[in-house]
Write a protein that binds this ligand. Structure first.
Ligand code: AMP
Length: 564
């Protein structure tokens, strides 16, 4: 007997009601035992709220509006009741169920038809995802109507939860791993490892069902299927990182960019983002660099893509993200925001997984594999003073801080642990007002590109300068600002133009120092503009007392960012 979607929905209903972890694992394991090889992968994914395997690039792309219209088309829905149910339950799926229980289906065929099976639901999901391009909304709606018209209220609840990505029953992926281990009587660690390598717990369950535990032993990476990323924890100082890693560690510059995982097989290259979506088309430079530098037939590499301004400083992350979104009209974006890539890891090479090898060995394999593509700047150190100097260098070059990587550590996909530590001495950003600007040199000649940043003093109404920066903006933004600042110029002295305080910018920095340079007696260190806040007036900028508060807070957490 094929497993019904109703049985799955009823199980989820019980899970939602108990919240007891042991009970959840037990009942899920028992249920998994009843499924066959074809059903189990779908069921596992559906139960954790996904329509497709985690590594899959397929998405349902059903908007809330489309779902509402379909529900309307299928049932005689009373929208007031729906709104009340939404307010009461705070959950779309539960609201759908509660309203459907009280209303008549216009097109419902459930009474005369066989119950929906898990396989049929999966087939509908496949068809919905497949509907793309012109007319896709109508086709998606048609598929959805067909699916929902067969669903009972409880089934509609869980379909809605999957369609909207809001499962929230308490059965998260970690518990599902436990349930799979219990159902097939294999050690949890083995299941976790396979889930990490295969990138999907549903596939692990299917492999166990079809091939048993030996099947898992054979599971390995495959090129073009993204691997979950290893993540870092935070360390408060270079000292903490050193002691956490046993006195010696590999420090690397921490670049403020976007992480990429690059898969290569012969002449084919695909690039995945931090969220494992395929961004190959947005990043032609990355593809070209890999093709011309990596000679290996197969490789999975990781690195950071960064954007640099004309002076070679990194520009704000938001500009870089624009590149990721531009898939179609890339146009001259490649010239406007040229990208640089630095690599820091290698997970797989020519059929061999490298993730169990120590960091230090992977790094050396990486260096031998990637030709002229630069690696992250790295120093293996055991002295706090040297580490602190390295951190200062990274910050002075406009980067975010340092990463510390334990020398003997394996690559652990999907895990956030202490083997990678990030040291990122950034304090909360400030909204400051530009009160003056200086003309730049070289490429920036003729542009007001170095900005005086001031905080508001509500008592006197004055704006007090707390820093100066030429970092963070794109050329286009600098040109635009130059025009706007000139319009509000009140005087000029040499290169320096004083302006009416009008423009608010968001500023990141690494420290606030005492300084005789400005009347405020404070100066931001390594300041950079992260955003122009045209939505804010100077009266909404941060006050000088707020800046002083942060300045003083640094001392309360004395030693946080230095070697003590
Ligand atoms: P966070 O996003 O703050 O958790 O910091 C981790 C992120 O820093 C990674 O996901 C990478 O995108 C980025 N990163 C920058 N430089 C490095 C590096 N040298 N090694 C690893 N990750 C880096």
């Amino acid at each position: 007997m094929p497993a019904t979607f109703r049985s799955l929905s009823e199980l989820l209903e019980r899970i939602e009601a108990t919240k007891k972890r042991l009970e959840i694992v037990d009942s899920t394991a028992n249920y998994l035992k009843t499924l066959d090889a074809l059903e189990i992968e779908s069921a596992v994914n559906m139960m954790v709220g996904r329509a497709f395997p985690k590594y899959s690039q397929r998405t349902l792309d059903v908007s809330w509006q489309t779902l509402i219209r379909t529900l309307e088309d299928t049932y005689e829905l009373d929208w007031d009741l729906f709104r009340q149910a939404m307010a009461r339950t705070g959950d779309v799926g539960s609201a759908v169920k509660s309203v459907l229980e009280g209303c008549r289906a216009k097109k419902q065929t459930q009474l005369t038809m066989n119950p929906l099976t898990i396989t049929e639901v999966q087939r509908s999901f496949d068809a919905i995802a497949k509907a793309q391009g012109a007319g896709s909304r109508t086709r998606k709606e048609r598929q959805l109507t067909a699916l929902l018209s067969q669903a009972t209220p409880i089934e509609a609840k869980y379909l809605t939860k999957i369609l909207t990505g809001e499962m929230r029953t308490g059965l998260h992926e970690g518990l599902m791993e436990q349930a799979v281990a219990r159902a097939f009587n294999v050690p949890l660690q083995k299941v976790q490892h396979a889930s990490m390598v295969l990138g999907d717990i549903g596939e692990v369950a299917a492999t166990l069902k079809m091939q048993g535990a030996e099947g898992l032993d054979k599971a390995g990476f495959s090129v073009f299927r993204p691997v979950k990323l290893m993540l870092a924890q935070t360390a408060q100082s270079v000292n903490e990182a050193l002691s956490e890693h046993g006195g010696e560690t590999a420090f690397e510059y921490k670049y403020d960019g976007a992480r990429v995982q690059i898969h290569k097989q012969n002449n084919q290259v695909r690039v995945f983002s931090r969220r494992l979506s395929d961004v190959t088309q947005s990043l032609p430079e990355v593809v070209a660099a890999i093709k011309s530098n990596v000679k290996a037939g197969e490789a999975i590499l990781e690195g950071e893509v960064i954007a640099l301004d004309s002076a070679g400083f990194p520009i704000a992350f938001q500009h870089l993200m624009r590149r990721f979104k531009r898939v179609r009209e890339l146009g001259n974006m490649t010239q406007k925001i040229p990208l640089t890539m630095v690599l820091f890891d290698i997970l797989y090479l020519n059929g061999e997984s490298l993730i169990s090898k120590p960091y230090i060995e992977r790094r050396s394999i990486l260096a031998q594999t990637v030709g002229n593509i630069p690696l992250t700047k790295q120093a293996i150190l055991n002295q706090p003073e040297q580490a602190y100097t390295f951190l200062e260098e990274a910050l002075a070059a406009g980067h975010e801080g340092l990463m510390a990587k334990k020398l003997d550590s394996p690559y652990t996909p999907g895990r956030r642990g202490k083997r990678w530590l990030k040291i990122k001495p950034i304090l909360e950003p400030l909204d400051l007002v530009i009160t003056a600007a200086e003309y730049g040199y070289g490429r920036r000649k003729g542009w007001l590109s170095d900005y005086y940043l001031a905080a508001r003093d509500p008592a006197s109404g004055e704006f007090l300068v707390v820093g100066k920066t030429f970092r963070g903006l794109t050329d286009a933004e600098i040109i635009d600002l130059t025009g706007r600042l000139k319009e509000s110029a009140v005087s000029q002295e040499g290169h320096k133009v004083t302006v009416i305080p009008k423009i608010v910018v968001e500023v990141a920095y690494n420290e606030i120092q005492q300084s005789p340079k400005y009347k405020s007696h404070m100066a931001l260190r390594f300041a950079r503009i992260t955003r122009i806040r045209d939505d804010k007036t100077p009266q909404e900028a941060d006050t000088i007392s707020h800046v002083r508060e942060i300045f003083e807070r640094q001392f309360r957490s004395k030693g946080k960012y230095n070697t003590n």
